[in-house]
Design a protein around this ligand. Structure first.
Ligand SMILES: [Zn+2]
Length: 202
């Protein structure tokens, strides 16, 4: 009796897949899977296709390393953006959060992580080399360090500051309006706008 039917196995597998997603516990995973089981074929198929085409079409911009389906991305190609400012963030979600405030009109650079000795992430594991090449080959007036305000984010900002300041450009850090431990993507628009406007030179 303990042998599960193929159908039950398929359900269990999907529940396991959903449980691995951030913010989805086993309970929610189960709810989603039973919902999909009852939903029409069309909806399940559309979800599966959306996931597949996201993986196939989305790549990283060769200039700023944000996620994009065109290269360079729309922000890097946009002539209306201030090309003398680069805002450095940890993740693509942070670009979304800052863009949502509308407070910033410059360009971005996405590191894809933060320096974390405890997790074995060093400077060479994130897009710092690419950033330096960019700073050396373009006329940049200001670099805004918008890494998270947790330990890893602060360490990364400090490291970048030491690296960038000899290049002679202004280096700023978002103001302290963001409480320590905040991940940028979860900050509300008001706080993020205020800390952006109050950014200070390091
Ligand atoms: Zn780009």
């Amino acid at each position: 009796m303990s042998q599960s039917t193929p159908t039950a196995g398929a359900i269990a597998r999907l529940i396991q897949e959903f449980s691995r997603l951030p913010g989805v516990g086993p309970k929610s995973a189960q709810r989603i899977v039973f919902y999909l089981m009852r939903a029409g074929d069309e909806q399940a198929k559309s979800l599966a296709e959306a996931i597949t085409s996201m993986k196939q079409q989305v790549k990283l911009c060769s200039v700023c390393y944000n996620v994009t389906d065109t290269d360079p991305c729309v922000t890097c190609r946009n002539d209306q953006r201030d090309r003398t400012r680069i805002c450095i963030v940890e993740q693509p979600q942070d670009v979304v959060a800052i863009e949502h405030t509308g407070v910033y009109k410059g360009l971005y650079h996405v590191l894809h992580g933060a320096i974390s000795p405890t997790e074995g992430v060093g400077a060479n594991d994130i897009r710092i080399r690419e950033l330096l090449a960019r700073l050396q080959n373009n006329i940049i007036a200001e670099v805004i360090l918008a890494t998270n305000t947790n330990l890893e984010g602060e360490q990364t900002a400090l490291y970048l500051h030491r690296l960038i300041s000899p290049l002679g450009m202004k280096v700023t850090r978002l103001a302290r309006g963001l409480p320590f431990g905040t991940e940028l993507e979860y900050a509300d628009d008001f706080t993020l706008t205020r800390s952006f406007e109050g950014r200070q030179e390091l």
